[in-house]
Design a protein around this ligand. Sequence first.
Ligand code: PLP
Length: 445
Amino acid sequence: MQKKVKTTIEECDEVASKLAIDGGTPVRTEALPLEFPGVHHMGVEEVEAATRVVGSRSMFRYYGVALQREVEAFESEFAHFLGVQHVVAVSSGTAALNVALGALGVGPGQEVIVPAYMWVSVAAAVINRGAIPVLADIDDTFGIDPRSLEERISSKTTGIIVVHMSGAAADIEAIRAVADRRKLFLLEDCAQCIGGTVNGRRVGSFGDMGVFSFQMNKNMTAGEGGAVVTNNRRLYDRAFACHDLGYARNDAGRLIMNDPELCLWGQGCRLDEIRASVLRVQLAKLPQIVGSMHRSKYRIREAIKSLRGIGLRRVVDEAGDTSPFLITTYRDSETAQKVNRALRAEGIVTYPQGITNILMTEWGFHLYYNIVSLVQRTSVDQAGFPWNLIENAGLRAEYAKGTCPVADSLFERSILLAIPSSLTEHDEGDIIRALKKVHQSLIAR
Ligand SMILES: Cc1ncc(COP(=O)(O)O)c(C=O)c1O
């Protein structure tokens, strides 16, 4: 009799732990919520803000029949939030990169160091200015490795673009030290880390300049939008001119054409009043948005941190992690693939609408070797700009897989799990249960 009961319990355990991929019961069947952190917290406040601007019939930032000065207010509120002196709001993060590099005077004959883990816009901004991006490898923070950075500096290097990826900061203090020692400009791309901090200081305030994106996947959003930030008045003036028509403007919003320092070429990427009004509301909600992702992510990290065989990304300052993604790393690519497939079968998925739970190798234009136009060094003109410019002869334009071996290995062995800002405790519990179940069957044995 006793024997029979014991067998039944064992059988129950076996059924409960049998992986869904092997015919067991999945941990959940309902799709996880989509990512898009700011979107989950959008409500009547954003609607009222946008409606107010449309009602004013003054959607242009510089003048109108009843100008609301939303862009100006957003710039000053964002500057205050970051603890920086100047902000220029622009129409996208890509525009912000272009404007910042224009302000910094990047052009042909210069090498600018970019990380192996980034976004296509980072390389594109350098190339569009006629300069050459040089890849630096990453470390276990998934940001630039300060040692690789140092090694890749040449006599042609003028600056570094550090990219705070997947919600958490790179080793920014060490990178700042390299930039200072080697007298290079430091531009921080904070598109994926809005509101992040390191030792209490906001990302975007460490560099000579910082850039942000408010596109829909970011921690706060107006669908599209961006910002360039700096503490340097000259860089601000240049960025301001570059984002507009190439000139400064007076208090009435009219162009000033007799300033010899600010007689430049504009990029036409001003932000409009409607999106600025939405961004002001989202900025006020940012602590709440980031707070919810942080709570979810660190509950999951805490629950899995002792599972041998599941590595966690090193986070430079956990308190300052904005947390839209959890990155886990495995001993080899085969294990990562198996775990990924098994987790998806357990219902840890939003696909096809979202990107929850993917192998990092599937993370598109975030990986240098996936950026086809970079690897193939394509040009928009017939002359091969910027690769064939005489000023760029001999500069190191190497982008094939293998250029950054640490990144190559991390990408192949890692899984990216989105942490939506609307995860419930129940969702978090399911993610933890699925990770433990898959670990038990595929790794611990
Ligand atoms: C790191 C990084 N930089 C720049 C950008 C470009 O921002 P946007 O899409 O607003 O042009 C993105 C957007 O995805 C990004 O992730």
